[in-house]
Design a protein around this ligand. Sequence first.
Ligand SMILES: [Fe+2]
Length: 240
Amino acid sequence: MSAPATWKSKYVIEPRDARTQSAGVEPGYAQTEWRWPSQPLQRRPHTLSELTGPQDVLKRLAPVRGDLAGQGAKRAIGQLIHLRTQVVDEDGAPVAGAAVEIWHANAAGKYTHRNDSHDAPLDPNFYGAARMTADADGRIELRTIKPGAYPTGGAERWWRPPHVHFSVWGRVWLSRLVTQMFFPGEPLNDSDGVLNAIRDPQARVRCIARLLPQTEGPENALVYEYRLVVRGSRATPALP
Ligand SMILES: [Fe+2]
């Protein structure tokens, strides 16, 4: 028996235009060869059992840290910012309850990770990773510091611009978007291999946050607004 029309319209997802997505492996950035699939992507439609079965993603992904900047003597070094993110679907409807994981480098462009060989200092007051749950409007707000740029280490000597990594989980394990957010007006955006692996300029723009008026938010922080579209033809591009 075929699925009812209403069920189909809700769950059948239109394929994305390849130009709005990352080209994947970028010459000059060796890491993309390790991180990007070498075989064509295969669609894994959600089955009825996944859509109606136990949806315990949030139970296994407990929220941690809504504040990476710290306070007082434990305050991380760097420009204090607030990231106001909204998770929406292709119709602009909020994705309430989405689990959003965020991680980024410290103000010197260094990750708190043993594989980061960049010759820059760690900040003892900056851990660099958070996980939050979107509210009824699909919104989360993270207090943190602006990340620094870092070199990719390849022979071509190009640098990653300041950016923030995002991973968004939907209600089931097959629903996940991994991407990166960029800051407006950064000169390194124009030469970044990851951002420019998206061939469609409008899709690249969707990866760049918007700086809100300086009267917004707390007096000591700049506020950036970022919209994550999890599916549809205007979906936020997936980035490694
Ligand atoms: Fe990064």
